[in-house]
Design a protein around this ligand. Sequence first.
Ligand code: NAD
Ligand code: MG
Length: 390
Amino acid sequence: MAELITVLGASGSIGVSTLDIVARHPDRYRVLALTGNSRIDVLAAQCRQFQPRYAVVGSAAAASSLEPLVPPGCRVLWGEDALVEVASHPEVDTVMAAIVGAAGLVPTLAAARAGKKVLLANKESLVMAGGLFMDAVRQGGATLLPIDSEHNAIFQCLPSGYRDPGSAGVSRILLSASGGPFRRRDMASLGGVTPDEACAHPNWAMGRKISVDSATMMNKGLELIEACWLFDVPADRVEVVIHPQSVIHSLVAYVDGSVLAQLGNPDMRTPIAHAMAWPERIDAGVQPLDLVALARLDFEAPDLARFPCLALAAEAARAGRDYPAALNAANEVAVDAFLAGRLRFTDIAAVVGAVLDRWTAGEPRDLDAVQYADRLARALARQHTEALHP
Ligand code: NAD
Ligand code: MG
């Protein structure tokens, strides 16, 4: 029997790559639901190709525009309750969680609570609510598989049945980072970079929010927090290493001196196919790695003066409680403002730093507490954004 899959965020970069894998293996996967908030034309074409039972959009207006474009067997729904419904639907086996940002939290959590196989691309949900999320995975009996290429690489380098670093003999996790488009750019010019320059990643084609996060290296900071929750390691056991070629996707160092790495061309279809088929392996349509053509692999330490967002995220990781939720919310507001031309690139870190400086920590003990921290940090971040550019 084919596995039934819901793709949250189907119209985005990860969603499109996921459906590429589904299309390569029609005997293994069938689609129950596709969701998207934008690019309704893309979502409509996906519904015609994959014939899901449900399509979910963000508003009643979007639902009315989608309805005439989908095949007869497809019901169009809208809103967060509908996302939760298709993420926890009793017939669904697997949920690809690929909504961007805090909007992914509630449906992804619902999939975990319902005991699904959760393919986690939406790192923001772990950053905001890591404790709650990991509890939901355990209590719901879900299987959590990382899609983020670094975490998928780490997962592949850990022994099967891994529980914690101590019992597995893991001494450190080495999180690789490309350094993004501005690794070598004159620092004095960073204030003037445009959204298109920030989104022009040297190695990966991704959605605009994560592309900006890669340019500030906030993405690596969010991934540091993500790694702590996924692999039950303290932040000081995770080391960020700049590796500009993005061929080694991350590494695990063991107490005996061994270091295991996972390599491959930078193509998200590899981690997606790995997680979809795990523990088996399937063709992902990815070009084989040519080490001789590549010739060299370089490494350097990250420059925290150039990338203050990475330092802010590391501080939030160490501070714990709801600091990471505040960091994430402030960053989402600042990145939105930057993409809309209302904030300079270098002021993204200024806004996030200002919110964290004034943050009075709370305990993210339930979803309400996390959402309260998220709303509060957004309100503070908007004030700082306006103050910087009235
Ligand atoms: P994207 O912007 O290309 O796509 C995001 C998807 O989420 C779209 O389908 C969009 O319609 C939907 N969406 C946006 N706002 C929404 C809302 N409020 N409610 C419901 N749906 C909403 O983003 P992406 O690059 O595919 O990234 C998706 C997630 O995967 C992010 O969390 C990102 O950090 C993570 N990720 C992406 C990559 C990559 O290569 N693109 C790699 C690693 C991790
Ligand atoms: Mg990544």
